[in-house]
Design a protein around this ligand. Structure first.
Ligand code: ATP
Length: 361
């Protein structure tokens, strides 16, 4: 039985439609991230599951039971919200012990469980401190330990790692996945950070303007996004306007705006169709022929150099070159760029143009 289900859920605040007709099933034990740009409705969605907000329409079900009118404390939910709400009059240990005590766990458990999770977030030495004396990142870790210690079967995490340093954030996200998998918890994790979503989730639900754009495993969201918005939001991509000149079982051939004909994966498009090709920077390489372009900028990224080049069509393309070879390029160089047909995807050209289709708000 799915543990969390949303059926036709909408939420309006006056004229603002924060959620629009959302259908979503989260299976028992699944780790799902809700990803999307700021203001797309992620927090609203998670708050309706928690019972902090009531849907304007539709139903939230947990374990098959309609949650209409059921308060948060009866929903079997542990949560970490953006504005961390620790109990200010309780110290760190008391905050984390709150769940086990409220649940009337036995003495042994009341002692062991909070210490286990405080150890995990490296805060055993802060046990006696009050929230006001902690940094934002430390408060976030306490909130996380408290949610885990609550013993709830569902965890709702709204940007739970946002106040942490990049390095700590990286370590903690692996820990978070490992612990929640060990405990068999169902997790809904809200983030606007696509790298975080890629690394922790079983499945990513991508939202835009109050709606779900698409939902799939991180790998499929990256390798085979169904929508242009997804291709652009998850990872980076080059988007090029063109017209199909040939289409078959092995490839689609597209004439770009500068007249060059480039290949892409097979598709359902017919010659004459207006399309957009999406090809990721790591798949673009310098070739003997192909798209003619001038190198405009070079950025050192560590193991590779990101080069941007302007094609004759005025399209700007990014491509990556391993560091030793990257040094062979200079701004102003004339290059030809190509890619393997399998690495390029084809989408219908959006009526409102590419910029509108991938716009973040
Ligand atoms: P962020 O990543 O910036 O936190 P989000 O994706 O979580 O954004 P929400 O906080 O769910 O987005 O907001 C979705 C939309 O609903 C926004 O336009 C927001 O201004 C609006 N909204 C949210 N809560 C309220 C409210 N209580 N009253 C009025 N409008 C609201």
């Amino acid at each position: 039985m799915p543990l969390v289900e949303l059926k036709g859920v909408s939420k309006r605040f006056g004229k603002v439609v924060a959620s629009s007709n959302i259908d979503l099933r989260i299976e028992d034990g699944e780790y799902v991230t809700i990803l999307g740009p700021s203001g797309c409705g992620k927090t609203t969605l998670i708050r309706m599951i928690a019972g902090i907000l009531e849907p304007s329409e539709g139903k939230v079900l947990i374990g098959g039971r309609d949650m209409d009118g059921v308060p948060i404390e009866e929903r079997d939910i542990g949560y970490v919200f953006q504005n961390i709400a620790l109990f200010p009059h309780l110290n760190v240990l008391e905050n984390v012990s709150y769940g086990p005590i409220a649940k009337d766990a036995d003495q042994e458990e009341q002692r062991k469980v909070p210490a286990r999770y405080l150890g995990l977030v490296n805060l055993l030495d802060r046990m006696k401190m009050f929230p006001s004396a902690l940094s934002g990142g430390e408060q976030q870790k306490v909130a996380l330990a408290r949610a885990l210690a609550s013993g709830a079967r569902i965890l709702l995490l709204d940007e739970p790692l946002s106040a942490l340093d990049a390095r700590v954030r990286m370590d903690l996200r692996y820990e978070l996945r490992r612990i929640t998998k060990d405990l068999g918890l169902t997790v809904l994790h809200v983030t606007h950070d696509q790298e975080e979503a890629m690394t922790v989730s079983d499945r990513i639900v991508l939202m835009r303007r109050g709606r779900i754009v698409e939902s799939n495993t991180p790998e499929m969201m990256y390798r085979a996004p169904k929508e242009l918005f997804t291709a652009n939001f998850i990872g980076e991509t080059n988007l090029l306007d063109g017209v199909v000149v040939a289409s078959g079982d092995e490839r689609t051939l597209v004439e770009l705006r500068d007249g060059s004909v480039m290949g892409a994966q097979p598709s359902q498009f017919e010659p004459g169709d207006a399309v957009v090709i999406s090809v990721r920077p790591e798949c673009v390489h310098v070739a003997d022929d192909g798209l003619s372009a001038i190198v405009r900028s070079m950025s050192f990224m560590g193991t590779y150099i990101r080069i941007t080049a302007e094609a004759d069509s005025e399209d700007i393309l990014g491509f990556d070159v391993r560091v030793p070879r990257g040094r062979d390029f200079n701004i102003g160089d004339h290059v030809h760029l190509g890619w393997s047909m399998e690495s390029a995807l084809v989408y219908p050209r959006p009526p409102g143009g590419i910029a509108e289709a991938v716009k973040l708000e």
